[in-house]
Design a protein around this ligand. Structure first.
Ligand SMILES: NC(=O)c1ccc[n+]([C@@H]2O[C@H](COP(=O)([O-])OP(=O)(O)OC[C@H]3O[C@@H](n4cnc5c(N)ncnc54)[C@H](O)[C@@H]3O)[C@@H](O)[C@H]2O)c1
Length: 320
């Protein structure tokens, strides 16, 4: 990886991944793209181009202009939003992915795109979900992710494109807000705990889902992309996870820092149903064995860091 084009670079993952890759490979070697520009650090700290991923010609022109050797395709509609707009989601998630793979094929570029725990479904084994298992998701997002994994494998086998992917769990971060996923509650809860001392959760108690803190997710992307290809038995996509908890457990972790914190529930049936169709916990053995996946943050370590990092944001808002 020397010259990297990122799509959807101003979203929750991209706004941090862009900065991390610029630190490692140099600011000029990481080309951030998104459907529109904003004033975030990711858009301002190096090359930025407006690229709609449904426009193959434009994506190809930008990739050629910078002579990229790696494409990281992040632009997508997430699970809850995709369920509200399924046809739009299909066109964006599958059309965008196909265009990004075609661009990688033309430039002989290495390719990364995230899959998700959403690729699993109600008939998947729920606990310690294996790498290779039943994948019959019942959401449009899940259908897109399974089809996307297969399509990325197809480009590897048919055209030799070096495609690699991770099945991310819910990602928790403090830089950019999440964009309409089912696990967003696990980010919102920290913001509301600091702002109001209380949070009304749309996911029910006892609902376990896998999660990971953003610094571990970013390290996993870099490590997978740098991994020796001869060691990769799987490619699209690897199970990765750092923790599994329900709303009560994250609230208990927050109470260690904010003792008066109150958790209430107003369950959203759509997102609850999505959550119940996903695993309780997934098994990341293949990622550990094939490219040395590790993580640093468990729930309490992440909570401490989230609260430390978010506190100044709210103090600034209150005093300005
Ligand atoms: N965040 C998570 O918890 C999580 C978990 C599992 C998988 N993923 C996957 O990771 C990827 C990135 O997720 P994210 O959380 O950063 O998403 P996000 O919603 O925060 O960001 C998506 C970005 O894509 C951009 N975008 C939307 N339509 C576009 C278009 N037509 N052309 C170009 N850009 C467009 C948006 O402006 C946004 O900046 C997605 O494939 C998602 O499915 C995310």
């Amino acid at each position: 990886m020397k010259r990297i084009l990122i799509t959807g670079a101003l979203g929750q993952i991209g706004s941090e991944l862009t900065l991390k890759l610029r630190d490692i490979y140099g600011a000029d070697n990481v080309i951030a793209t998104d459907i529109k520009k904003n004033d975030s650090e990711a858009a301002q700290s190096g090359p930025f181009e407006v690229v709609d991923v449904t426009d193959l010609k434009r994506m190809g022109e930008v990739a050629q202009k910078y002579q990229v050797d790696t494409i990281m395709h992040l632009a997508a509609l997430l699970s809850a939003t995709a369920e509200a707009k399924p046809v739009f989601a299909w066109n964006l998630n599958m059309g965008g992915l196909l265009n990004a793979l075609e661009t990688a094929k033309e430039l002989k570029a290495q390719f990364f795109t995230p899959s998700s725990i959403g690729a699993f479904g109600p008939t998947t084994p729920k606990d310690q979900t294996p790498q290779d298992t039943i994948m019959r998701p019942t959401t449009m997002y899940g259908v897109n992710k399974v089809a996307g994994e297969l399509l990325a494998d197809y480009y590897y086998h048919k055209y030799g494109v070096d495609t690699r992917g991770l099945r991310f769990p819910g990602l928790i971060s403090y830089v950019a807000l999440p964009g309409g996923g089912t696990t967003d509650y696990a980010v919102e809860i920290y913001y509301e705990a600091l702002k109001n001392g209380r949070y009304t959760c749309y996911i029910d108690k006892g609902t376990y889902m896998d999660m990971m803190y953003m610094p571990d997710a970013l390290n996993a992307i870099v490590d997978l992309m740098e991994a020796d290809p001869s060691k990769l038995i799987h490619r699209n996509s690897f199970n990765v996870t750092a923790m599994s908890f329900d709303p009560e457990e994250i609230a208990a972790s927050i109470k260690k820092h904010i003792p008066g914190f109150k958790l209430m529930y107003d369950v959203d049936p759509v997102r609850q149903q999505i959550a119940e169709s996903w695993p309780n916990s997934i098994d990341a053995t293949a990622a550990k064995e094939e490219w040395g996946f590790t993580f640093e943050y468990d729930l309490d370590k992440m909570t401490k860091d989230m609260i430390e990092k978010l506190k100044p944001k709210f103090q600034m808002k209150i005093s300005s």
